[in-house]
Write a protein that binds this ligand. Structure first.
Ligand code: PGA
Length: 253
């Protein structure tokens, strides 16, 4: 199964906008049937309940973060168990906006990955280099470091519950994307790293996605031509029609 994940970030501010969004998603999803693509939508936490009650059947629910503890005195945090309760099957972890704005470290991401998996959530782990790191020729070194630190101790049986999203930080929200050959090279690199840790049979189960300024205009280039297993979509996921168009292309349409 290919994967199209919509990261709605801190958008859809009012209840009215939320209801309009859900309505429009239901309409556009009626027109689409995917053979081998799963669509996952990750709205802000406060909208999870409404989304869980009214998402079209073909769309799964996810969240944009989760804490590493299940319960207790952790002001402002959201537990993986709460996400399960609200019918989330996926959670995005290690997004660069959290690493940059909130100082999330690889160690924190690792604790979150472990807790999410342990509590039955599937994880989209985000990794990616900054523009500066890219210019310094450090892309692969950064990816290797982020990947190994986040995955250390993740049991082999759990790797099938994960997707790794390659999201170059300089590409997020900028309209810029790497060349297809660069994305394909990174895909190969990530795949080899996972093979080295988990062996080739298990590594096959872990999906590798591309994220960063994905739109229906470039999905073929960034995903289909590069052999990626799907995409992580930010801004364009705020337009349900566009999200469905992207999923259609990923699905081979
Ligand atoms: P973008 O965001 O598609 O708006 O670039 C992607 C992401 O941050 O996941």
């Amino acid at each position: 199964m290919k994967l199209v994940v919509g990261n709605m970030k801190m958008n859809i501010v009012t209840r009215r906008d939320r209801d309009r969004y859900i309505q429009s998603l239901r309409e556009s999803s009626r027109k689409n049937v995917f053979k081998g693509t799963c669509v996952v939508l990750c709205p802000p936490f406060v909208h999870l309940e409404n989304f869980s009650k009214s998402l079209p059947r073909m769309v799964e629910l996810g969240a944009q973060d989760a804490f590493w503890e299940r319960k207790g005195s952790f002001t402002g945090e959201i537990s993986p168990l709460m996400l399960k309760e609200f019918e989330c099957s996926w959670v995005i972890l290690g997004h660069s906006e959290r690493r940059v704005n909130l100082g999330e470290t690889n160690q924190m991401v690792h604790r979150k990955v472990a807790a999410a998996l342990e509590n039955g959530l599937r994880v989209v782990l985000c990794i990616g280099e900054t523009g500066e790191q890219r210019r310094a020729g450090d892309t692969l070194r950064v990816l290797e470091w982020q990947l190994h630190e986040a995955l250390c101790d993740v049991a082999p049986a759990k790797i099938a519950q994960m997707a790794i999203a390659y999201e170059p930080v300089w590409s997020i929200g900028t309209g810029l994307t790497p060349e297809a050959t660069d994305i394909a090279m990174v895909r190969e690199f990530i795949r080899n790293e996972i093979v080295q840790i988990y062996g080739s049979a298990l590594a096959k189960e872990c999906r590798i996605l591309y994220g960063g300024s994905v739109s229906s205009a470039n999905t073929r280039m960034v995903c289909v031509d590069t052999g990626m297993d799907g995409v992580l979509v930010g801004r364009e996921s705020l337009q349900p029609e566009e999200l469905m168009r992207i999923a259609q292309i990923v699905d081979g349409g």
